[in-house]
Design a binder for this molecule. Structure first.
Ligand code: FAD
Length: 463
């Protein structure tokens, strides 16, 4: 890409120092270092980092950046896994963390108005204090922000029952390149007037504007929950089990699966887990609602699984509920017991094709002499596929990269997507056109140009 500002001139520095006084503007290499990367480990140094505290500062910044054609990279907690917050063309990183403060929770309207830099778990706690519930729960809920979640349309464990971030955003305030402030949606739970610009912004990954205020929808906080960890003799039995549960009319808040390799990795840790040693696959359900409702659903669920001959069933309630999640929570560190490096992808396929996707992912690994472990949000068909390898062994990194490419093509061939949650950013940029096709890509570029004609917002990314 050409035509962007090539560096930060003394005049640019003076402008930024003026607009963001004190430590609001960072220009030293040491100070900017932490802003060069995110959870993807991709890396590129910014030319400046700024920390706005107000919408007015953001608007003034984007007016200036539009005029100077300065690349702008919005950033929150940097927990993104695909490099979307990485300033790949240099430019200015805009940390949104100082745009925070107590969320305003309205128990009459069933909404919360929140600034983007608020950590999502803090928003949930503020809602829970008033008996209200904001359901989206990415595994990063305690370390990522609501602004980052909206910008990436974060999913989570409870998506099978409650949907993803997109389903809970009613309104947004977004500052657009050039400094215009767009207010879309509002506090009304229904609104069909005009095109849905709020939904367009959700998941736009900082490529259309910077979000400065968010209105989310709330529901009553469930009274209680229970979780059930079920072991099976093989993966097919586990997936049939999930099908039986849904067919019995039970809609769990979470429905997770773990394959044989995943369980092996967890067991290598030697800690006691509430799962039969003979289990070669597992399902983990969470049920929530009223006490009576949850009790009844646990009974229905266990009954529905009976014909699949589970090798173990462990129900966790109250204080014991956390214990049945130890297996699931231990997966990420446990994977490294298989090999020292991993490529972690998050493909999603139609739910009926999960078994095929997992089996073929294993085959793809075997074909290249690598172990692949699969687990994830079965209820959404969202599979975390981890290709394990040893980067210090000759050829293994290349073999893993080849396996990843094959797994992406497999997901698309099965009618799925190369990413159910994490997005595409830098690490999957080259595959976006393969999935979307030229026409859709062209239309998306046209839409982006309407908001950002000079292409300054998060340039260099594959959506
Ligand atoms: C341990 C771990 C578990 C995870 N689990 C999940 C999971 O279960 N589900 C899931 O979906 N993701 C998950 N993620 C990925 C990540 O947490 C999410 O993508 C999250 O939404 C990013 O939030 P953040 O605050 O860290 O944003 P960042 O990573 O800082 O930014 C992400 C993107 O949002 C843009 N952005 C940030 N703030 C704004 C704003 N105010 N306006 C416009 N654009 C903005 C940035 O430009 C960037 O493109 C996980 C990551 C880790 C490390």
């Amino acid at each position: 890409m050409t035509g962007y500002a090539a560096s930060l001139t003394p005049a640019h520095e003076a402008f930024l120092n003026d607009l963001f006084p004190g430590d609001g503007c960072v220009l030293t290499r040491e100070g900017m270092n932490a802003f060069a990367t995110d959870a993807s480990q991709e890396r590129a140094m910014p030319w400046a980092v700024v920390r706005p505290e107000s919408r007015e500062q953001v608007a003034e910044l984007l007016r200036w950046a539009h005029g100077e054609r300065m690349p702008i990279y919005g950033r929150a907690r940097g927990t993104g896994r695909v490099g979307n917050a990485v300033p790949s063309l240099g430019g200015v990183v805009v940390s949104m963390l100082r745009m925070a403060g107590e969320p305003v929770v309205d128990a009459d309207d069933f909404v919360a108005v929140v600034r983007p830099g608020v950590v999502t778990a803090d928003l949930q706690a503020a809602c829970a204090a008033k008996g209200l519930f904001y359901p989206p729960d990415p595994a990063s809920v305690r370390i990522s922000t609501i602004g980052g979640n909206v910008a990436t349309c974060a999913g989570g464990l409870r998506a099978v029952k409650y949907g993803v971030t997109r389903d809970w955003v009613l309104g947004l305030e977004t500052v657009l390149p050039g400094g215009r402030v767009l207010r879309s949606g509002g506090r009304s739970h229904k609104d069909v007037v005009g095109l849905d610009l709020t939904r367009l912004m959700v998941g736009s990954n900082g490529r259309l504007g910077l979000i400065t205020e968010i209105i989310v929808k709330l529901i009553p906080l469930p009274e209680t929950s229970a979780s059930v960890l079920v072991g099976f003799a093989d993966l097919r039995a586990a997936l049939d089990g999930a099908r039986a549960v849904f067919r019995a009319g039970v809609l769990p808040a979470a429905c997770e699966f773990m394959d044989r390799v995943t369980l092996e990795a967890v067991r290598l840790g030697g800690e006691a887990i509430p799962l039969a040693a003979s289990a070669q696959a597992a399902l983990l359900f969470k049920l929530d609602g009223t006490q009576e409702g949850v009790d009844a659903e646990v009974r229905h669920l266990v009954k529905a699984l009976g014909p699949l001959d589970p090798v173990s069933v462990e129900v966790g309630r109250g204080e014991d509920e956390g214990a049945v999640w130890t297996v699931r929570r231990g997966i990420s560190p446990a994977a490294f017991r298989i090999a020292p490096d991993k490529l972690a992808e998050d493909i999603s396929v139609p739910r009926g094709r999960v078994a095929e996707a997992v089996e073929r992912a294993h085959e793809i690994g075997r074909g290249r002499g690598l172990i692949v472990l699969c687990f994830g949000h079965l209820g959404d068909g969202n599979i975390h596929v981890n290709v394990m390898y040893d980067g210090s062994a000759a050829g293994e990194a290349a073999a893993a990269a080849g396996a990843k490419d094959e797994i992406f093509r497999l997901a698309v061939a099965l009618g799925g997507t190369i990413s159910g949650e994490h997005g595409t950013g830098l690490t999957k940029a080259s595959f976006v056109a393969e999935q979307l096709g030229r026409d859709a890509m062209g239309l998306m570029d046209d839409v982006r140009r309407v908001f950002d004609p000079r292409g300054i917002m998060n340039p260099g990314k594959g959506w």
